[in-house]
Design a protein around this ligand. Structure first.
Ligand SMILES: [Zn+2]
Length: 290
C-alpha cells in the first residue's frame, strides 16, 4: 500500500505483533514503514470498533488522581505557560481536542484564559469540577465547533484512523489568523533506533501512525495549511517508557501502566533526550500550522 502521508512510496512491513506493554490490551499491532518519509503506519489498520476497545478505563491520559496524574498536572501547567507566550490575550478562543483528563486546560484556566474548551470521548471529572466547557464525541466524525484562534492537539493525531481528514477539519475550524498546535511522537527519534519495536512511540495498539517531520509536513499541506513549521522536542519519559517496555517484553501484554522502571529511570534519561533533540531527532514533533 502507498504511504498515505507522503504518497511517494509503498509501505514495507517492519515490526510484527507488537504487544501492549502498558495497558494489557490483547490486540497486537503490525507496523509498516515508508522508505521515503520514514513514517510508520499500522498495516492492517484496526476497525473503528477495535480502536474504541484499545482505551481501558485506567488509560494513563484519562487519570485524574494518583502519582501519574500529578506528573501530568505538572506537564500540563508547563505546556500552558509555553502556550501563553503564543497567545498573550487571555480572551483568545482555545480548544483542546483529545484533552484527556484536562491538565493542560486547567493550566490555562489558572493563567486566566476565559474562552477555553475541551473535547474528548468522556467528560473528565477535573474539567467538570472547574467548570471548563467540554464536548463529548468522536474526534474523527463529530462537529468540532469554532471558529478558534488556537486549536491544540497534544498527542492525538497518531491515534486517528484518518489524520489527514482530521487536519482538514481543523483548518476549517480556525478563525482568520488562527493556528493549530500539534504534538506527536517522532518516528525519526534516536530513541526509536535504540529501542526498535520496544520504542514507546509505537504505543501499540493505540498509535495508528507515527509521523516524521516530512510526513507531517506533507499531510498538513495537503489538508490546506499554508504555513507549516515542524521541529522536534525532547521527552525523557519516551526513553524511560521504552526501557520499561524492553524489560516487560517477552511476558506478553502487560497492564502495569507507568510502573517503577519508568518512573525511577526518568531523571537519568534527561541527558539522552536533550542529546537527540540537539541532533534534530527529539522524541516528539512540535508543529504549528496555519
Ligand atoms: Zn511516506
Amino acid at each position: 500500500m502507498e504511504c498515505p502521508l507522503c504518497r511517494k512510496a509503498e509501505l514495507r512491513p517492519l515490526y510484527k505483533g507488537v504487544a501492549d506493554l502498558e495497558h494489557g490490551v490483547q490486540a497486537r499491532a503490525d507496523f509498516s514503514e515508508c522508505p521515503v518519509c520514514r513514517a510508520l503506519a499500522q498495516v492492517p489498520a484496526p476497525t473503528p470498533e477495535a480502536v474504541r476497545s484499545f482505551y481501558p478505563a485506567d488509560y494513563g491520559p484519562y487519570l485524574s488522581e494518583g502519582f501519574v496524574a500529578r506528573l501530568k498536572g505538572i506537564q500540563g501547567r508547563r505546556l500552558a505557560k509555553d502556550l501563553a507566550k503564543e497567545f498573550p490575550d487571555r480572551g483568545t478562543r482555545l480548544v483542546e481536542l483529545g484533552c484527556g483528563a484536562g491538565h493542560l486546560l486547567r493550566g490555562l484556566k489558572a493563567l486566566g484564559y476565559r474562552n477555553i474548551a475541551g473535547f474528548d470521548w468522556h467528560e473528565p471529572p477535573l474539567l467538570k469540577r472547574d467548570g471548563i466547557p467540554f464536548t463529548a464525541g468522536d474526534l474523527e466524525s463529530a462537529p468540532l465547533g469554532g471558529p478558534y484562534d488556537g486549536v491544540l492537539a497534544n498527542n492525538v493525531l497518531e491515534h486517528l484512523l484518518d489524520p489527514g481528514a482530521f487536519l482538514a477539519r481543523l483548518k476549517g475550524a480556525l478563525a482568520p489568523g488562527g493556528r493549530v498546535f500539534i504534538r506527536t511522537p517522532n518516528a525519526d527519534a534516536v530513541g526509536r533506533s535504540v529501542f526498535g519495536a520496544h520504542w514507546s512511540g509505537l504505543h501499540a495498539p493505540r498509535h495508528l501512525y507515527v509521523f516524521t517531520p516530512p510526513a507531517l509536513e506533507a499531510l498538513a499541506r495537503r489538508a490546506g495549511f499554508v504555513s507549516v513549521a515542524v521541529d522536534t522536542t525532547p521527552d525523557s519519559s519516551s526513553w524511560s517508557l521504552s526501557l520499561q517496555n524492553a524489560l516487560r517484553a517477552g511476558g506478553g501484554p502487560n497492564a502495569g501502566g507507568v510502573g517503577w522502571p519508568a518512573l525511577l529511570t526518568l531523571p537519568f534519561f534527561e541527558l539522552p533526550a536533550l542529546a537527540e533533540r540537539a541532533v534534530g531527532r527529539g522524541s516528539s514533533l512540535r508543529a504549528v500550522l496555519s
